[in-house]
Design a protein around this ligand. Structure first.
Ligand code: ADP
Ligand code: 5GP
Length: 204
């Protein structure tokens, strides 16, 4: 593989329950030099979620201080909680040459596109709204009201798919993982992402 100087960004959005957390967790184990961006959030941890691994869980006051300090490259209120991507974390990972996968909502993705126009934007869809509802129910980690709110937001979120470079319909999980791998690997080999110094050496 041609060596690249700086890591790339892969931005994944989807309506809640479509399976993006599952896909992001899997893909970092199958694709080398790809790491997740761990977001900050004011949401309470779900059972099994680990601080600083799934999210960094903080209070609203601390989150607002981070906004005021310009600590986020993007942040948004999603389903009643605040979520944000730390500038230092993201830049640190990219500077070390790693590619970073961001599981963020459509508002955050729009902010990232303005700052990192060369990011790769991928939208995950459920096969149907009925399947989305079943997946949200299966997860059983949200209250009834929260689940209704997430389902209610799904249609508006899905309408944003056109702002993304790729769409994956997450039906059979292993097929979706293969598709995501294919997208990431193909994007890594784009001419503009290759390290020109290696080509210069070949030519020298
Ligand atoms: P999101 O992060 O998009 O909100 P999750 O990754 O938490 O969604 O997935 C929601 C639920 O659906 C989880 O219980 C997960 O195991 C399940 N799930 C994810 N992808 C699939 C799939 N392709 N087929 C069946 N169930 C899936
Ligand atoms: P959940 O509460 O289900 O983990 O996530 C809810 C939503 O917040 C999802 O759409 C997820 O992609 C989004 N999200 C997670 N982290 C961030 C972040 O750092 N920034 C933004 N804008 N959205 C995020």
């Amino acid at each position: 593989m041609l060596k690249r100087r700086k890591g790339s960004l892969f931005i994944i959005s989807a309506p809640s329950g479509a399976g993006k957390t599952t896909l992001c967790k899997k893909i970092v184990t199958t694709v080398d030099s790809l790491v997740p961006s761990v977001s900050f959030t004011t949401r309470k941890p779900r059972g099994g979620e680990v601080n600083d691994l799934d999210y960094t869980f903080i209070g609203e006051e601390e989150f607002r201080e981070m906004i005021a300090g310009g600590d986020f490259v993007e942040w948004a209120e999603v389903h009643g909680n605040l979520y944000g991507t730390s500038r230092d974390r993201l830049e640190g990972l990219m500077d070390s040459g790693l590619d970073v996968i961001l599981d963020i909502d459509t508002q955050g993705a729009r902010q990232i596109r303005k700052l990192y126009g060369d990011g790769v934007f991928i939208f995950i869809l459920p096969p149907s709204i009925e399947i989305l509802r079943r997946r949200l129910e299966k997860r059983r980690s949200n209250s009834r009201e929260d689940m209704a709110r997430r389902l209610g937001a799904a249609i508006d979120e899905i309408k944003e798919y056109n702002n993304y470079d790729y769409v994956i319909i997450n039906d059979v999980l292993k097929d979706s993982v293969r598709l995501l791998e294919a997208i990431i690997i193909a994007e890594r080999h784009k001419t503009e992402r290759t390290d020109k110094s290696i080509i210069e050496k070949i030519l020298a």
